[in-house]
Design a protein around this ligand. Structure first.
Ligand code: PXP
Length: 238
């Protein structure tokens, strides 16, 4: 049974839509812990579009479960990560124009930069995970870099429009994942997982953790909306 990492970026997205102080992702993190989250993930993007430095600092202080900081291979963010020292850093690609992380980190093309960043983080005792596509060559390179973990990108499986494509993408995840286990890597997965498509992935042998964000935040709005309206209604009913 895999652990559940909850990504709370989109709680911050709602806050940043008004640049106010609610909803506070730190509050959401506490509730996620109470709900059974095994770790909390936040992506501090270079453009700070959702999570802010302050969020990461507070989470680092108050979380009881593991803090997983998603980050680009960038000097500025690496310096921040080294000052915060989360239990884990997950290196992800980042382009300013994308809506979310759109593919795995290409560690073949960016090998030297990635290796330098991994070294800096590991020297400070931060466990490093690489977010990569389910591709055996990428997994092999990750193993050569001596990182502790990988996170396989499940987006292509999650977004498949037909069962045949979903099956094809699922097979790639299984193959890359089982290869990662033979290399002694901790096996995590995530991106695009929902209440509908997660079961099949959760049953894959040897997975350590699934990282899920958007679907949980979306569902929370719906399951909590009725109560929120009712409470406001009560308040103005004088
Ligand atoms: N894992 C990584 C590396 C990600 O970049 C993201 C998205 O921020 C997730 C998991 C979570 O994806 P989703 O929000 O689609 O559940």
């Amino acid at each position: 049974m895999p652990l559940l990492g909850v990504n709370i970026d989109h709680v911050a997205t709602v806050r940043q839509a008004r640049r106010t102080n609610e909803p506070d992702p730190v509050h959401a993190a506490v509730l996620a812990e109470l709900g059974g989250a095994d770790s909390i993930t936040v992506h501090l993007r270079e453009d700070r579009r959702h999570i802010q430095d302050r969020d990461v600092r507070l989470l680092r202080e108050m979380l009881r479960v593991k803090l997983n900081l998603e980050m680009a291979v960038s000097d500025e963010i690496t310096a921040f990560a080294l000052s915060i020292r989360p239990e884990q850093a997950t290196l992800v690609p980042e382009k300013r124009e994308e809506i979310t992380t759109e593919g795995g980190l290409d560690i073949r093309t960016h090998r030297a930069r990635v290796e330098r960043c991994v070294q800096q983080l590991q020297d400070q005792g931060i466990q490093v995970s690489l977010f990569i596509d389910p591709d055996v060559t990428q997994v092999e390179l990750a193993a050569q870099m001596k990182v502790s973990a990988i996170e396989l990108h499940t987006g292509a499986y999650a977004e498949a429009r037909t069962n045949a494509v979903a099956d094809e993408e699922f097979d790639k995840i299984v193959e890359a994942g089982q290869f990662a286990l033979t290399q002694g890597l901790i096996l995590n997965m995530g991106h695009g997982l929902t209440y509908r498509n997660v079961r099949r992935v959760a049953e894959i042998h040897g997975i350590n953790e699934l990282n899920i964000g958007h679907s949980i935040v979306s569902h929370s709005i719906l399951v909590g909306f009725e109560r929120a309206v009712r409470e406001m209604k009560q308040l103005i009913t004088v």
